[in-house]
Design a binder for this molecule. Structure first.
Ligand SMILES: [Fe+2]
Ligand SMILES: [Fe+2]
Length: 229
């Protein structure tokens, strides 16, 4: 009997969640995470892993000779975000997330998949749409993926910071928000140089990113539903 009721609640919760906008979904997620130190630590560790992956991707993309100060700054700041988020864990649950292995992340498979699939989809899109190959294709994919991630970072860190303030958390991400805003402007300038129809390319890439983000956030929600059983 109890099990049947739990299954019914879970089905209802997952249906309601799927009908929400991504802003509403994220608000619901952070509202559950922030007051729970152990879950919050894993959330921070998951974001740190994604920031670190971003920093490593930028460094990999850098040309060994023709790298400008904007790209260097961007790589340095993404690496700082990974470190900063990791450091915040000490305020909540010290030594709880020593590395980025699965037990220390929320929805680990979807978290890794999100970043990897963004790259794969961007390369395919550039190849089909602009018929670019090799280094040129990689450059275009780098610009579009980074742009879409910066749009997402703006939304995600803004909503997350609201919850941190609401619960008077010891954690804050205000310095990250300021730097992500700068990155978005820089990516826009680089895209303007890359292609005259950059706005259409960026919109298509953001649509691809939205589907992958949906997959990620639904997986995070399932972590909470699993706690109910
Ligand atoms: Fe970042
Ligand atoms: Fe960024």
């Amino acid at each position: 009997m109890y099990r049947r009721i739990t299954v019914a609640i879970k089905n209802k919760l997952s249906l309601t969640f799927a009908a929400m906008t991504q802003e509403e979904q994220l608000k619901k997620i952070v509202d559950i995470i922030v007051p729970n130190n152990n879950m919050h630590a894993k959330w921070l560790n998951s974001l740190s892993m994604m920031e670190n992956t971003g920093a490593r991707k930028i460094s990999k993309f850098e040309h060994p000779v023709y790298t400008n100060i904007i790209v260097l700054k961007h790589a340095a700041e993404e690496a700082r975000h990974a470190y900063y988020l990791k450091k915040q864990i000490e305020k909540l649950a010290p030594n709880s997330c020593p590395d980025y292995s699965y037990p220390y992340l929320l929805a680990p498979i979807e978290s890794y998949h999100y970043l990897h699939q963004l790259d794969v989809s961007a390369c395919r899109y550039i190849k089909d749409k602009l018929h670019l190959e090799g280094r040129e294709m990689k450059h275009g994919a780098y610009l579009l993926v980074t742009y879409a991630i910066e749009v997402r970072a703006d939304m995600l860190y803004g909503i997350y910071q609201e919850a941190l303030s609401k619960y008077a958390s010891k954690v804050n991400v205000k310095s990250i928000i300021a730097e992500e805003e700068g990155h978005l402007e820089e990516m826009q300038k680089m895209l303007e140089v890359f292609h005259p129809q950059w706005e259409q390319l960026a919109a298509d890439m953001c649509a691809i990113e939205q589907a992958l983000f949906e997959n990620w956030i639904v997986a995070i929600d399932k972590v909470f539903l699993a706690e109910l059983s």
